[in-house]
Design a protein around this ligand. Structure first.
Ligand SMILES: Cc1cc2nc3c(=O)[nH]c(=O)nc-3n(C[C@H](O)[C@H](O)[C@H](O)COP(=O)(O)OP(=O)(O)OC[C@H]3O[C@@H](n4cnc5c(N)ncnc54)[C@H](O)[C@@H]3O)c2cc1C
Length: 409
């Protein structure tokens, strides 16, 4: 019987969802992850999982009930303000019409909770931690399209029938399939944290509400999101050259003066509330440069290797779809791999490798079709949010959406 040896590079949402779906359907795989363990790194802020993509993948993986316990449906609340502080839209304090039980359209979940849920859903031995992939090579003397994995610690894992690159923006697998490489989108965000907000930042807590609070304007934006654990994460984003964070003269190692300089130099004409959000954060500042792949990246399918998630179609976060598309890829790929399993008992290895190659080809065609419109949406979000009138346009869109939803009820 042919049992394909499958490696997944990266234990992010895409790689973990794929591993869970395969294991849940009794197919083994190994994830190789560069982090030393699950607590090695701050996982970032909050993610909204959409009902037809991210949530669907979890449903198929038998995890939707667990997800519903961890999700924050009130996180769908939204407030939109203009640069001068005028509130254009606000349902961020109205949690009374949130259904007490799912299904919810786009509930939020903290990244760390999503990752831990997925990690706990696979066998501990499925994940090989502290394994930074250094390079991938075709297995020597092998005519069956198998691959060897070379790790930064000098070890080599050999002869995988399928290697799935779920290793995010700077994928080490991508160069096997395409020469495309991420480029700077033009936007740098300064990430600001506020912890224990109800006690230590009551004004901020009230201002942001239960979900997101956004300000969009020409060349700048402020994106605040309530996270679990009584905290708020905000991004003060500016359209500036890639070298801006080094060249701008702001000393990021001195958070209080850096926050003041950021306000004085880039947000001075904004309303007092908008400025106060930046001033009211904790001392933990992080710079996040947004990179993206060109819209509509495709490649010629190559047996034995493929990509999912950001590795395949890195987008800026300005449409809030990246993780959803990543998890939809995982579901789609798992279904294509599992679809050839029936033949694994009956046919020769070679026929089955051909079947696996065909499944990968079909998966990629469907992934390309899914990724392109979403990448376009992200690009349009990037353009629209950082333009004069960006907040008004966004608020109008939400009004329209809410009206359509209400009238179709
Ligand atoms: C600020 C911000 C906000 C966002 N908000 C949203 C949102 O609200 N909604 C949404 O849908 N999307 C959002 N996104 C996008 C979302 O985070 C990504 O699309 C999603 O994380 C992609 O998942 P992934 O598993 O493909 O990649 P990643 O999450 O990048 O995971 C890749 C994994 O691979 C590992 N890895 C990398 N290189 C190697 C290597 N060489 N060897 C071994 N392991 C390796 C990494 O350690 C990591 O664990 C946001 C992104 C950012 C930056």
């Amino acid at each position: 019987m042919f049992v394909p040896k499958i490696a997944i590079i990266g234990a992010g949402p895409a790689g973990l969802t794929l591993a869970r779906l395969l294991e849940y359907n009794n197919m083994a795989c190994t994830i190789f992850e560069l982090d030393a363990d699950r607590n090695n790194r701050d996982q970032g802020g909050t993610l909204d999982l959409h009902i037809k993509t991210g949530q669907l993948a979890l449903r198929e993986a038998g995890l939707i009930e667990e997800f519903n316990k961890l999700a924050r449906p009130e996180g769908e609340g939204m407030k939109v303000v203009k640069f001068d502080g005028t509130v254009l839209y606000d349902d961020g304090h109205n949690t009374t019409n949130v259904l007490s039980e799912g299904p919810w359209e786009r509930p939020e979940i903290d990244r760390v909770l999503l990752r831990n849920m997925l990690l706990d859903s696979v066998k501990p031995e499925t994940i090989s931690w502290n394994k930074k992939l250094f390079r991938i090579e075709p297995s020597s003397g092998d005519s069956k399209h198998r691959f060897d994995l070379h790790f930064a610690d000098g070890t080599v894992e050999k002869e995988f029938d399928l290697v799935v690159g779920a290793d995010g923006a700077w994928s080490k697998i991508r160069p096997l399939l395409t020469n495309e490489w991420p480029f700077y989108s033009g936007v740098t965000a300064v990430e600001l944290w506020a912890l224990d907000v109800q006690e230590r930042h009551p004004w901020l807590s009230e201002y942001v509400g239960s979900g997101s609070c956004f300000m969009f304007d020409e060349g700048r934006a402020l994106l605040c999101q309530r996270n679990g654990n009584n905290s708020i994460r905000a991004y003060a984003a500016v359209r500036q050259p890639e070298s801006w964070s080094k060249d701008c003269g702001i000393d990021w190692s001195k958070p209080a003066t850096a926050r003041k300089a950021l306000v004085d130099q880039y947000f001075a004409d904004c309303g007092e509330d908008v400025k106060r959000v930046i001033q009211d954060a904790n001392d933990d500042l992080k710079l996040r440069l947004a990179y993206m792949l060109p819209v509509g990246v495709e490649w010629q399918s190559r047996p034995g290797v493929t990509l999912i998630g950001d590795a395949a179609h890195l987008m800026t976060p300005f449409a809030g779809v990246g993780v959803n598309i990543a998890m939809a890829d995982a579901l789609d790929l798992a279904q294509h791999i599992l679809s050839c399993r029936d033949g694994f008992n009956s046919k020769s290895d070679e026929n089955l490798q051909d079947a696996l190659a065909e499944a990968i080809k079909k998966f990629e065609a469907s992934m390309f079709a899914r990724a392109k419109p979403n990448a376009l949406k992200s690009t349009n979000g990037l353009r629209g949010h950082f333009s004069a009138g960006g907040a008004e346009e966004f608020a109008e869109r939400i009004h329209r959406l809410k009206n359509t939803t209400n009238s179709s009820k």
